[in-house]
Design a protein around this ligand. Structure first.
Ligand SMILES: *[C@@H]1O[C@H](CO)[C@@H](O)[C@H](O)[C@H]1NC(C)=O
Ligand SMILES: *[C@@H]1O[C@H](CO)[C@@H](O)[C@H](O)[C@H]1NC(C)=O
Ligand SMILES: *[C@@H]1O[C@H](CO)[C@@H](O)[C@H](O)[C@H]1NC(C)=O
Ligand SMILES: *[C@@H]1O[C@H](CO)[C@@H](O)[C@H](O)[C@H]1NC(C)=O
Ligand SMILES: *[C@@H]1O[C@H](CO)[C@@H](O)[C@H](O)[C@H]1NC(C)=O
Ligand SMILES: *[C@@H]1O[C@H](CO)[C@@H](O)[C@H](O)[C@H]1NC(C)=O
Ligand SMILES: *[C@@H]1O[C@H](CO)[C@@H](O)[C@H](O)[C@H]1NC(C)=O
Length: 597
């Protein structure tokens, strides 16, 4: 039973920091790192996972020295309470460090809020991280790891969830997530992140390829208010440029057939005199796609662009005819654009599941969070889902779950075809609504402690296959109800009719662990504001027994960009992106269908 309890881990931090939650996975203590970011461990969050330590000879940092590995279940989720509609930047980091001494870095899948994120490919000796920006669709956001290969156990070293200013990354509509490919500070002497970047985005220094030179700005202050995506001043203090106006700066090439979103940041590096002019445009496949860009001195111009790339798309900066100076660029962010994010399982079903979780909270509350059905093969183990764009729950199998107490009203789950509650300790009367579920064909209530008569709505339902054996206190006919039960013991003749009053429906239930998060709300309510570090995390582990056919056209083929924080070779953004594309495009065909809802 103890293994059925999840623990809430709530930590309070007095620091000012930007990440709402930074979890040092596998760590037991909370601490502040050398950059004054507060980290919290995740000990006690998961019952069926181990915390591990990387081999000390491989250690690269305190945060990366521990990890949490999930060996027993197929789907493991961190659920983090955030205001609904928050713009979140989530970074998941993986440092294998040969913790298991098998020299075998695993590969596995990662999801967020019912959407596929990416296939994580860990490295023997490098830190790998993935980042996604999206708008949370409920009060909690869930990040889940799923095993996809035998003996390749998912693990995670760090999970950071940062709330961004809602005006950021708003160039595209919020129904899409952005998966980071690359975030570059051209010409920068070192990686830029917190505290230079208030959101702890990681800007990798790049020097560009042959013919490219780095230049430093002589501006004392570079104002960033004109850039909607709040680049840190530190990434604007340097730039790359090229020797002459007749040359181009090639930003990136080797795209797969994917939708790309890019931010480019331009700031003049010196005060130009009247004879000088720097003016250039962005060209995609030799076609200009921007107005002339004239970088301002002491300020920044941001350009955002989205385009569908192909393998030989070229992306160049080329000087305008009247420019006396070659193009320059200070910083870049490139993302894949996700397909439309899922709306999740039908809210009526989510609501019904929530009632069940509340009624049987000791068993059901803790383990299941995130979307009950999505992404598709990873539904909760006790639910079977339809393969609609907005999935419906067609079967409940809570057989042998050790449930005790009375059945709640889950009549909103009107797509149910099968309900199996066999071998539990459910007592009270059999609720009427079970006879009125329009699609129900099988109802197995055997081996419980139901009492009273079987409601007429059920007995008169001809298409329903009902099993009620093994309920000694149940009256199986109206005669026996008045006298004795089937096993001969006398029972009261005043058992309730089986009608239960309808519980009030909660106004909006998008998560499925509401009571946990009501507790969070209470805590978060007085803690949470955006420059304050708060950690309120519940972790939930879910087996996946129910394999539904791969059906969800709208979310196939999302990918995330992998970045190696260490071992970068100079000027390698193009190569790195190429490698990432190659790594991640085996399932891509660029032929995505968008669900219409
Ligand atoms: C079933 O639940 C009861 C409490 O309701 C508990 O005492 C018992 O240990 C549980 N049994 C199993 C097998 O989990
Ligand atoms: C850019 O994104 C918008 C949706 O936000 C889309 O309608 C448009 O087609 C995209 N443009 C390109 C060139 O992909
Ligand atoms: C891309 O390259 C292929 C050959 O590799 C060529 O056939 C195709 O026309 C090119 N497409 C563009 C848009 O340049
Ligand atoms: C229901 O769950 C039980 C125990 O988890 C399992 O043995 C049984 O096969 C399941 N039935 C269906 C129809 O999935
Ligand atoms: C009934 O459920 C309990 C757990 O509550 C389990 O230990 C037992 O094996 C189940 N019995 C049958 C016959 O499935
Ligand atoms: C059902 O069992 C619970 C204890 O598990 C008890 O508190 C409750 O009164 C029972 N209800 C009925 C109707 O017997
Ligand atoms: C749903 O799955 C069934 C059987 O697995 C299949 O026949 C049907 O085409 C699928 N529907 C959708 C919308 O994918």
């Amino acid at each position: 039973m103890a293994s059925c309890l999840a623990f809430l881990f709530v930590a309070f931090f007095a620091f000012t920091a930007n990440a709402d939650v930074s979890i040092d996975c596998g760590a037991s203590e909370s601490y502040t790192d050398e950059r004054f970011l507060a980290w919290t461990g995740d000990e006690g969050l998961f019952q069926n996972s181990q915390s591990e330590v990387v081999q000390s000879s491989n250690a690269i940092s305190h945060v990366m020295s521990t990890l949490r590995v999930f060996t027993t279940r197929k789907k493991n989720c961190y659920s983090i309470s955030e205001d609904k509609g928050s713009l979140l930047l989530v970074r998941a980091s993986f440092f294998y460090g040969n913790y298991d001494r098998k020299s075998s870095p695993p590969s596995f899948d990662m999801h967020f809020d019912g959407n596929e994120w990416t296939t994580v490919k860990t490295s023997l000796d490098k830190l790998v991280y993935y980042e996604v920006v999206y708008v949370s669709k409920s009060d909690t956001t869930s990040i889940c790891l799923s095993q996809t290969h035998p003996n390749q156990f998912p693990f995670i070293s760090a999970l950071e969830v940062t709330k961004l200013d809602s005006k950021m990354y708003s160039y595209l509509d919020p129904k899409h997530a952005l998966f980071l490919i690359s975030r570059v500070a051209y010409g920068a002497p070192a990686t830029v992140r917190y505290p230079d970047d208030a959101y702890d985005r990681i800007w990798d220094p790049e020097t560009g390829g042959s013919g490219i030179t780095s230049v430093a700005s002589d501006a004392i202050f570079i104002g960033t208010v004109n850039a909607p995506d709040n680049p840190p001043q530190a990434v604007l203090q340097n730039a790359i440029t090229i020797s002459s106006t007749s040359h181009t700066i090639g930003i990136i090439h080797g795209f797969p057939d994917l939708s790309i979103y890019m931010n480019l940041y331009f700031s003049e590096v010196t005060q130009l005199d009247t004879t000088q002019k720097r003016s250039f445009r962005v060209y995609i496949d030799k076609k200009p796609v921007s107005a002339p860009i004239i970088p301002p001195y002491g300020e920044v111009t941001e350009m955002s662009i989205n385009f569908t790339a192909s393998s030989n798309t070229s992306f160049l900066l080329f000087a305008d005819p009247d420019s006396t100076l070659p193009p320059l660029v200070n910083a870049l962010e490139a993302f894949y654009i996700s397909d439309r994010l899922t709306d999740g399982t039908d809210s009526k079903d989510v609501e019904g599941l929530s009632e069940l979780q509340k009624a049987f909270s000791d068993v059901l509350q803790a383990f299941w969070s995130g979307d009950p059905c999505l992404p598709s093969p990873y539904s909760w183990e006790w639910t079977t889902c339809s393969n609609d764009t907005i999935p419906r729950i067609t079967a409940l199998n809570l057989s042998s779950f050790n449930l005790s107490g009375e059945l709640p009203d889950f009549s909103s789950m009107d797509a149910l075809v099968t309900i199996n509650l066999q071998n539990n300790s459910i007592n009270g009367s059999i609720p009427d609504f079970l006879g009125a579920l329009p699609n129900l064909k099988e109802l197995n209530l055997a081996d419980n402690s139901f009492s009273g008569p079987i409601p007429p709505l059920i007995t008169s339902n001809k298409k329903l296959k009902l099993v009620v054996s093994g309920n000694p206190d149940l009256c199986v006919s109206s005669k026996s109800c008045q006298t004795t039960s089937i096993d001969g013991t006398t029972i009261s003749s005043s058992v309730p009719s089986g009608r239960r009053k309808k519980s009030n429906k909660l106004p909006v239930i998008l998560g499925t662990t509401i009571p946990i998060f009501l507790i969070f709300w209470a805590l978060v309510g007085f803690l949470l504001h955006h420059k304050r570090k708060t950690a309120a995390i519940a972790a939930i582990t879910t087996d996946c027994l129910t394999l539904v056919h791969s059906f969800f056209l709208g979310i196939q083929g999302q990918t995330g960009g992998a970045n190696n924080m260490s071992g970068k070779n100079g000027g390698a953004v193009i190569n790195e992106i190429k490698v990432n594309f190659q790594d991640q495009t085996t399932t891509e065909n660029g032929n995505h269908s968008e669900p219409q809802q």
